[in-house]
Design a protein around this ligand. Sequence first.
Ligand code: PMP
Length: 401
Amino acid sequence: MPQLAKRMGRAKPSAIMAVAEKAKKLKAEGRDIISFSIGVPNFLPGEHVYAAAREALSHDSGQYGSNRGSDALLDAFLKHLEGSGLPGYTRRNLCVGVGAKHLLYNLAEALLDAGDTIAFATPYWTTYVDIADILEAKTLLLPCPPEQNYKLTPAQLDAALAQKPKVFLFNNPSNPTGMVYSKAEIEALAAVVAKHPDTWVVLDDIYNRLVFGDIGYHNFLHSQPQLRERTIVVDSLSKTYGMPGWRVGLIAAPESVAQAVVTLNSNHITNIPEVVSAAATAALSGPQDVTTGKVAEFAAKRDLVLDALAKIPGVVCPRPEGAFYAFPDISVAFGKTHAGSGIAIDSDVDVCNALLEVKGVACVPGSAFGEPRALRISYTCSTPQLTDGMARIQQFFAELV
Ligand code: PMP
């Protein structure tokens, strides 16, 4: 009997999807379930995006397209980059992909040989580890516990880069923590990166437009523009424009890296569809009010979540400033038992299973993101659902003995 490739022994299905599937199943059985599990935006793109898609459909060529992306889409992304303080790129620095996930995978293929090291902070977005595992790269995990607000410190980064990892991957705003680095914090980290010339830098900035309050979005290239020669900025339309299913991501990179990703595209996907490109171009270059409206809404929802968590003794939640996640430390529950059900709680997975079982609330265990003391709440559902779900979480903790 032929066997699957060895790499499939390393590839794991997404832990987030597993929770979401379980919640869906219980719902289908008639249970009253509130899902705080998947990080999906709760909105659709503006009408101009659909109009552009319809228009493109009416004169669709039906042909293969550019491996790099359509000129119109690349130009719209150049404008977007300029608007976020990153002028001076050309189309040759850019490449499109089937979402940021695909681009991160492509970048790992382009930059890492088997046995090379990729460094990133924990908590991390789950896929980072999975991509490294599939490609047989080593991971250098930089622990950023709740006590340091889940943020990487310059000293920590300095020590990590001194080990000369091939790639340093940095995510801001963060999934799963919602943390956003301030201008001063980014400048301090960028100064450290500048001291270590042997490492590629991949910035997963896909939540860059979902930042609350005054903290703003900053990246290493703002203060250290010379880092452009070894830095790749990864962006996506999924979260910002309510278009996760359209599957559009983009990178801005040194020409050699962008070209490598174009080459991989030519072998993996050829192109993204013409209609999708037109819709993505309209999203990037059209009115931005859908996104700005969502920023205000998510900030209010963040407050609701934090207020509810603050009422649970012993639960600590560093304050998220962006994206749509909260990542409370719930380790106060470990060693206790849920009084009504008799379920013993010894881990984040136990908390999430019991919460779903007893209260019908689905959260993702922090261990999926490398932090087993926490759980992730994705707060994109409606305000009444959010209020109800947070009340159920409060009750659950009140019932622990
Ligand atoms: N990076 C991070 C940090 C994410 O949270 C996600 C989606 N959950 C992605 C990349 C991938 O986004 P997409 O493939 O939808 O563009």
